[in-house]
Write a protein that binds this ligand. Structure first.
Ligand code: SAH
Length: 237
């Protein structure tokens, strides 16, 4: 059984688990004094710790050592995904986190019908944290919201590669197999993209890519494109 991982804001020699992490440790996993855990502060390091004191609402953990995590990808990948209906955005965020995505931007576009609000964004951030813990990552991807496609595309400024999954593109503008360096990806929502949106993405430096002759569901397309890119970057296998 792998040692359980917990996110905290900052590390001190005696770090307290509080709030949602405390509830998970205490009520779900029934951890108590003497149990070994790993603490993560989002810096990319992992901290070995032992629960040394239990109080109401807090478990205090004595930090015994630390090391850089080897689970974080060496190359940054940012995924833009259109807001999806029901819990599908959560699904996409969870899978992208497992695949090693560093940042996720959820956007609204011409044909997206799902709406976002603060609560939904917080929920997505929680899903990213839980997925990061579960797959033993040292950092949870930051999840941001963009009210329109233009600002989502602009948020990828500075990425060496920018790929736009276009369901009506007949061929890809770049070869996915030879990708190197940090990469931004854009995948549409259920309603797909318009010709104008594709043109705007190209103007913003995105290359159109096709995922084959079949139309994939948005969440499938997000997972497929992320997987192919992670493989090309040497992060899978
Ligand atoms: N409603 C659209 C399909 C949208 S699919 C239609 O009927 O045509 C949702 C998103 O997944 C698309 O915007 C695109 O980003 C991605 N996608 C799905 N299939 C794809 C494919 N074959 N090639 C590239 N991108 C694809």
């Amino acid at each position: 059984m792998t040692v359980r991982h917990f996110f905290v804001r900052s590390i001190s020699p005696e770090t307290a688990l509080t709030g949602e992490e405390y509830a998970h440790a205490k009520n779900v996993l029934r951890l108590g004094v003497g149990d070994e855990i790993v603490l993560l502060d989002g810096s990319g390091r992992e901290y070995d710790a032992v629960v040394c004191r239990a109080e109401k609402g807090a478990l205090f953990c004595h930090v015994t050592g630390s090391r850089p995590s080897d689970k974080e990808p060496r190359t940054r990948v940012r995924l833009l995904i259109g807001a999806l209906k029901g819990d599908k955005t959560e699904f996409a965020v969870q899978k992208a986190t497992e695949l090693g995505v560093a940042e996720i931007g959820v956007f609204c576009s011409r044909y997206s019908s799902a709406y976002m609000n603060e609560n939904k964004l917080e929920r997505l951030q929680k899903v990213a944290r839980e997925a990061a813990k579960q797959c033993l990552r040292a950092c949870a991807p930051a999840v941001t919201y963009h009210a329109d496609l233009a600002s989502a595309l602009a948020s990828c400024e500075g990425y060496a590669n920018k790929l736009f999954a276009c369901e009506f593109a007949e061929k890809s503008d770049v070869s996915l197999a030879s990708l190197k360096a940090d990469t931004a990806l854009a995948v549409g929502s259920e309603g797909g993209f318009t010709e104008e949106e594709f043109a705007a993405a190209r103007a913003a430096g995105f290359a159109g890519v096709t995922l084959g002759r079949r139309i994939l569901r948005a969440e499938t397309a997000a997972i497929a494109l992320t997987s192919v890119v992670m493989f090309a970057l040497g992060e899978l296998g």
